[in-house]
Design a protein around this ligand. Structure first.
Ligand code: GAR
Length: 209
């Protein structure tokens, strides 16, 4: 089983969906630690309740971004993950950090990338008059929400939706999509090659629907 570290900043519901998937004995990955950049993140207690090892590294406890990342990299050296999953981790990782785990870092973003990267994504989709929204799991590269796409789910925007109702609907799809994408990577059925996601021919579905 591939060793996975999940990075969070908040409630950790995506982290839990990955933990639920990993609880199945035939799932090809296990979560060996959760790293948060917020000591108060709700996801930390949820991870601990599952018996998952947790680390909190507050940015303000370190003099520089480089020292903050060095602390996280030292924790990773200790738990020796194969794969990193960013799940609501609201911090941009440096190129140096990403290069250490190149092709082995996934992120989930609650939009149909390349549309609406960054913050406030649900409101921007509504403001643009989108009728379809969704979520994307992609390989992490240096740009924000920019790496090659591993899997996506399309989610309807309903009349009367606000950012909160749309976010809640998309989140339920995130919880199905992220385990699917992690399974593909853990089984070697998708890989990053020359800046593109290459899927195994046997992969029939890269969408949660
Ligand atoms: C999720 O909707 C995730 O896609 C989003 O933050 C939320 C975290 O929720 N991530 C981003 O916006 C990253 N750009 P969770 O902590 O309950 O998983």
């Amino acid at each position: 089983r591939k060793r996975v570290v999940v990075f969070i900043s908040g409630s950790g519901s995506n982290m839990l969906s990955l933990a639920d998937a990993c609880a199945s004995p035939d799932f090809p990955a296990e979560i060996v630690a959760v790293i948060s950049d917020k000591a108060s993140a709700g996801g930390i207690a949820k991870a601990e309740a599952r018996g998952i090892r947790t680390f909190a590294f507050e940015r303000k406890s370190f003099a520089s971004k480089a020292e903050h990342e060095a602390a996280m990299l030292a924790a990773l050296d200790e738990v020796k993950p194969d794969i990193l999953c960013l799940a609501g981790f609201m911090r941009l990782l440096s190129g140096d950090f990403i290069n250490r785990y190149e092709g082995r870092i996934l992120n989930i973003h609650p939009a149909l990338l390349p549309l609406f990267p960054g913050l406030n994504t649900h409101q921007r989709a509504i403001d643009a008059g989108m009728k379809i929204a969704g979520c994307t799991v992609h390989f992490v590269t240096e740009g924000m929400d920019e790496g090659p796409i591993v899997a996506q789910a399309a989610v309807p925007v309903l009349s009367g939706d606000g950012a909160e109702t749309l976010a809640a609907r998309i989140l339920t799809f995130e919880h199905r999509l992220y385990p699917l994408a992690l399974k593909l990577l853990a089984e070697g059925k998708v890989r990053m090659e020359d800046g593109r996601a290459v899927h195994d021919v046997s992969v029939t579905s890269t969408h949660a629907d």
